[in-house]
Design a protein. Structure first.
Length: 402
């Protein structure tokens, strides 16, 4: 395998990093202390600038106005954008829209692509993905209570979802609900497009995350469907194929997440090292033990970031070579490995900043409270570990090892 970066991609990454440094990081003090809606006008200006630079929608095909990057290339760009929480949104590749675009490309009808995909890629509308439920384990998408019952030419949807990211202000939701309750477990659910203005669709609230409710794109909604009626033509892909579509969405999505987390690692690591050189930790500035402890944190962080990065790039390369199904183990490993590496690096950086790290005077407190969820969403760490461990152990059943 070859992870060398083309001259063109190196130039792109340089432009992206410069943009993040000059245009986005200076906006962060306002971002962490204000309602996100207040920032929409200035962020619209930044998005327009990105489009003029031809850096918009890096993971989307050129015919839809994107850059047409492959998975490894977009992973590298995602890493650069991940250094600021504003990066992916401003460049038009934010979750959950990025994943919704992917499955609309793969499974959407011509009408669905025209109505929803084109304006979504263009950044003219936003979307959300309603799968996780309040009383069911989010780590297991087979276990759902929401139903979509056929009634003539319509589906009638009932159920409650939560942690529906960016539901506030979305034009439509892709909803996963049970359409075939008597089918085998993996063939019971379907994905259905629901315009958010449909009667029976209700955004109940934006869920506070560690005391911060968020708004607009930076929010996680609780959504209720009460006799919400949509035409059967809103079905995405085939009836009963919801789980299969979710799996298609998951593989590339994990690469995007993990590379974004590595961008967060890079940002936290830079802040850690800078603070370690500036901070006075004794009257004479020469407390050897404290400096040595911080130096070990720097070394551990550098090693963990490099290991996690290589694992993620290898997983992306493998997905491109043999597909997400064959790369299943690699995808599972990077999810909990990178999430935990990120948490440790951010925690060390915050510790080195002392009381300052607990404030919103740096980006670290925001990263600490919002990215802790990385070990929970898309399947909790313990679920991935048990699942991988079970598969690995089975491969040794009856095998003689010397």
């Amino acid at each position: 395998m070859d992870f060398s970066i083309s001259d063109k991609m190196q130039t792109i990454l340089q432009l992206v990093n410069e943009f993040v440094d000059k245009e986005l990081i200076p906006l962060e003090p306002e971002f962490v202390t204000h309602d996100f809606r207040e920032m929409l006008p200035v962020l619209a200006e930044k998005r327009a600038l990105v489009k003029r630079m031809e850096l918009w929608a890096p993971n989307q095909p050129r015919e839809y106005g994107g850059m047409g990057l492959d998975l490894v290339e977009h992973g590298l760009m995602s890493e650069a954008l991940g250094r600021s929480p504003l990066g992916h949104y401003v460049f038009g590749c934010q979750a959950p829209d990025a994943g919704n675009m992917e499955i609309l490309h793969l499974f959407g009808s011509a009408e669905q692509k025209e109505r929803w995909l084109k304006p979504l890629v263009a950044g003219e509308i936003r979307s959300c993905f309603a799968m996780t439920e309040i009383d069911m384990p989010g780590s297991n998408p087979v276990m759902l209570e929401s139903t979509a019952v056929e009634d003539g030419d319509d589906y009638v949807i009932n159920g409650r979802k939560w942690y529906t990211t960016a539901a506030d202000g979305s034009a439509f939701a892709i909803v996963m609900a049970i359409t075939h309750p008597d089918a085998p477990p993996y063939l019971r659910a379907s994905m259905i497009i629901v315009p958010t203005g449909t009667p029976g669709y209700e955004l109940v609230r934006n869920i506070p995350v560690m005391g911060h409710p968020g708004s607009d794109y930076f929010s996680h909604g609780e959504v209720r469907f009460q006799n919400c009626r949509v035409p059967k033509t809103n079905l995405l892909g085939g009836a009963g194929f919801g789980f299969a579509i979710a799996q298609e969405r998951l593989g590339p999505g994990r690469i995007h997440h993990c590379m974004r987390w590595l961008g967060i690692c890079k940002r936290a690591f830079d802040l850690l090292c800078k603070r370690a050189n500036e901070r006075v930790i004794s009257p004479d500035g020469r407390t050897l033990a404290s400096r040595q402890i911080i130096q070990t944190w720097i070394a551990e962080s550098a090693a963990e970031i490099q290991a996690a990065r290589l694992m993620t790039l290898h997983a992306a390369w493998k997905i491109e070579q043999v597909g997400a199904k064959e790369a299943r183990d690699d995808i599972a490993l990077i999810k909990f490995t990178v999430a935990n590496a990120m948490q440790r690096v951010v925690d060390r950086a915050l510790q080195v900043h002392g009381g300052l790290g607990m404030t919103d005077d740096t980006i670290l407190a925001f990263l600490y409270r919002h990215e802790r969820a990385a070990r929970i969403y898309d399947g909790a760490d313990e679920v991935h570990k048990v699942s991988f461990g079970k598969r690995m152990a089975r491969r040794y059943e009856g095998k003689r090892v010397r």
